[in-house]
Design a protein. Structure first.
Lengths: 115, 111
């Protein structure tokens, strides 16, 4: 149980294009999903907390107009990187919280490369 | 702000020996402490967690201990195997359900 999927696993795009990443909880309902980015050899950096049916809460320094988050259902959250630039290249990982017990289960991550 | 410190940053042990990774946290209200294992190019995988109402939890070769007074918790891996090689992260929860993460420990198991 507690499986989280992410799609796509890898994406390469040109500078200026937008990229959408999907995060799905496959066997449970997740009222809260989290989006992280991770640079090589570094820890996870929380970008935003997403609750189903409401606006995401962004961490300080994360541009909400650039990283659009939609959490339309209890099993799906999407992150759209708008007008991507090379500095947005990173490993993006989502997690879903199963209940209010704080256990977060992570997706496999999406490697974004912006040329 | 609140933080979690993790040591060491790199740990190299001989196959079959034990490995210990330590974390300290600052928020006295934290009551949930998970450990994640991350292999290269993959998302973190929850391997064990502990809540503040217990001092130790064990799952086969993995154990976690918690000292709430000192605000530190540790991951213990016994009889290490090559597949244990990965980066391990500790975390502690905040009141808003977010997790504060340690910097990670790269565990290398030498054959």
């Amino acid at each position: 149980g507690a499986v989280v999927s992410q799609h796509p696993s890898r994406v390469i795009c040109k500078s200026g294009t937008s990229v959408k990443i999907e995060c799905r909880s496959l066997d449970f309902q997740a009222t809260t999903m989290f989006w992280y980015r991770q640079f090589p050899k570094q820890s996870l950096m929380l970008m935003a907390t997403s609750n189903e049916g409401s606006k995401a809460t962004y961490e300080q320094g994360v541009e909400k107009d650039k990283f659009l988050i939609n959490h339309a259902s209890l099993t799906l959250s999407t992150l759209t990187v708008t007008s991507a630039h090379p500095e947005d290249s990173s490993f993006y990982i989502c997690s879903a919280e199963q209940g209010a017990g704080n256990e977060q289960f992570f997706g496999p991550g999406t490697r974004l490369t912006v040329l | 702000g609140e933080n979690v410190e993790q040591h060491p940053s790199t740990l190299s042990v001989q196959e079959g020996d034990s490995a210990v990774i330590k974390c300290t946290y600052s928020d006295s209200a934290s009551n949930y402490f998970p450990w994640y294992k991350q292999e290269l190019g993959k998302g973190p995988q929850l391997i064990i967690d502990i809540r503040s109402n217990v001092g130790e939890k064990k799952d086969q070769r993995i154990a976690v201990t918690l000292n709430k007074t000192a605000k530190h918790f540790s991951l213990h891996i016994t009889e290490t195997q090559p597949e244990d090689s990965a980066v391990y992260f500790c975390a502690a929860n905040l009141a808003n359900y977010q997790l504060i993460w340690g910097a990670g420990t790269k565990l290398i198991i030498k054959p």
